[in-house]
Design a protein around this ligand. Structure first.
Ligand code: MSP
Length: 504
């Protein structure tokens, strides 16, 4: 089983926002989970450098575009590790390996007769890095996403014959009803294709920043014709001396925001078909994480630096909040205060106290020794594991975490219902007390394994506190997996109280 997952590559016209951290963190959860199930995984993220807006910011700062990109690539590269995302390769579109591959890829399309020269006279929104038609603008002629007027461009450049791919794309969509998920996004992409496709420019004549076309070095590749190709190019040079294409293409799962659906669900499969590649296995389109009802952006003034939140709450708490605060796949409004509430009520209280109480009771009533005893388990952990896995196969990250959390809450109710402190008073209840404590440790062990993709730092700490093996294999999400061990001690708080830094 191969599972190759990509995030969009992010524009480097500014430093990372919470919105970018969101896609990367969720992608990491999906990859970690598939790895627990034994899949051969590869996780790709990176940055998109050859945009007009990147070039303009560099100019404003008085820097050569490449020098600017080299500097800003540093915080972008740090983003994934800081949010506990384990990336297999971080791609920059200015990598030599990428530039070489893009030229080859576009040359193949050219050789297949799908590229021709023509005059482009029309509108371009630098914010979207996209050509626009009048009917895509607001009544005042503004880009609806950026609320600025698009620029007029008139130049001779090269066009990709997208119109020639309409029938093949429709056939692909009909053959593969799960190509694009969720279903409403599939319908959106399919009706766009069915509505008729127009050829689009794949090069820019008036801009020096970009990858020169192999057959006409006076032009550079249009930023999307360069950026989309990263999903294949990375496989050709991520591991020196190895070509990973055979291993991971077409096992690609692209995760992307709804703003870039058309590029990924229409342009990209057509470009792949033209260049002789199979389309990806899945395109998962998610909505926006809105903060206080607005999309996160510098211009809206709500562009929180995700690393500030990591500094206060830790990466696992941030990931937990992102996965649970809104339903992944849909737009959702969150508030930053929600992190604190979830940290205290759910992470520290539901989970942290459950571990503290459980370990303290084993230490106090049983001298730290865990024995099977005699009590029915309160939860069918195998069924819970199957449900969580099925949800993650559908990329229902929020539903999966909710299901695990129901398990955490059920164990808390079990403690209240069984009252081990009462059982400890009467030696006649010894076997039952052992059984109840075993069920708690066993449940926590299985739930820690199920939580590992979401809380990769915390899960091993739970297993360590329970003296259980640090083994995250998914078949451990079942009943009876905990080993009889000795030496369990009262655990330190998993999520200690935090003092908020005073406002500057
Ligand atoms: N460079 C292009 C993508 C090229 S992929 C071949 C681009 N970059 S971007 O920096 O604008 O960010 C793209 C992605 O960031 C979005 O598609 C989305 O995945 C993520 N998000 C940015 N803000 C977001 C939210 N507020 N909420 C959810 N995702 C967000 O487009």
């Amino acid at each position: 089983m191969r599972f190759y997952l990509t995030t969009p590559i992010y524009y480097v016209n500014a430093t990372p926002t919470l919105g970018n951290a969101y896609t990367t963190a969720i992608g990491d959860m999906l990859v970690r989970h598939q790895r627990q199930r034994g899949a051969d995984t590869f996780f790709l993220t990176g940055v998109d450098e050859h945009a007009t807006k990147v070039w303009r910011v560099a100019e404003e700062q008085g820097l050569e575009a490449q020098e600017y990109a080299d500097r800003i690539a540093v915080p972008w590269r740090e983003l994934a590790p800081r949010i506990n995302a384990e990336v297999d390769f971080f791609i920059r579109t200015s990598d030599d390996g990428h530039k070489r591959f893009v030229r080859e890829f576009l040359q193949r399309i050219y050789d297949n007769g799908d590229i021709y020269q023509d005059v482009y006279a029309g509108l371009y929104c630098v914010g979207c890095e996209a050509f626009k038609t009048e009917d895509e603008l607001t009544p005042d002629g503004l880009c609806p996403d950026h609320l600025v007027p698009p620029e007029w461009i008139e130049e001779t450049n090269y066009f990709f014959r997208l119109s020639a791919y309409q029938a093949r794309l429709l056939a692909l969509y009909d053959e593969r009803p799960d190509l694009v998920q969720p279903d409403f996004r599939y319908n959106e992409a399919r009706s766009f294709i069915a509505g008729g496709l127009r050829d689009f420019s794949i090069s820019r004549a008036g801009q020096p920043w970009g990858i020169p076309l192999p057959w006409d070095e006076s032009q550079v590749a249009y930023v999307w014709a360069d950026a989309l190709v990263n999903y294949v190019s990375a496989l050709t040079y991520a591991r020196p001396g190895e070509d990973l294409r055979e291993r991971y293409w077409p096992a690609a799962h692209h995760v992307l925001g709804k703003d870039i659906l058309r590029f990924h669900c229409v342009y990209w499969p057509a470009m792949l078909l033209s260049a002789g590649y199979e389309p990806p296995q899945k395109l998962f389109v998610h909505g926006y994480l809105l903060l206080d009802d607005r999309k996160i952006s510098k211009s809206a003034g709500n562009a929180i630096d995700p690393l500030d939140l990591v500094d206060v709450y830790g990466a696992d708490a941030l990931r937990y909040w992102m996965a649970r605060a809104i339903s992944f796949g849909h737009d959702g409004n969150a508030s930053i205060e929600g992190i604190r509430e979830r940290y205290e009520n759910e992470l520290a209280n539901d989970l942290g106290n459950l571990l503290s109480r459980t370990t303290a009771m084993v230490a106090q009533y049983r001298g730290g020794s865990l024995r099977h005893g005699d009590a029915e388990p309160p939860l069918d952990l195998g069924a819970l594991g199957a449900d969580v896995a099925a949800r993650l196969d559908r990329f229902d990250v929020t539903g999966a975490l909710d299901a695990v959390w129901d398990g955490v809450r059920a164990l808390n109710q079990y403690v209240t219902a069984e009252a081990p402190w009462q059982l400890a008073k009467d030696p006649a209840d010894d076997a039952r007390l052992d059984g109840v404590l075993y069920n708690l440790v066993d449940g926590l062990t299985a739930l820690a394994v199920a939580l590992a993709p979401f809380l990769p730092e915390t899960a091993p700490r739970i297993l360590a506190a329970l003296n259980q093996p640090d083994d995250l294999a998914w078949d451990r999400v079942r009943n009876g997996v905990a080993e009889e061990v000795d030496g369990i001690e009262a655990a330190k708080p998993l999520f200690p109280r935090i003092e908020l830094p005073s406002p500057a």
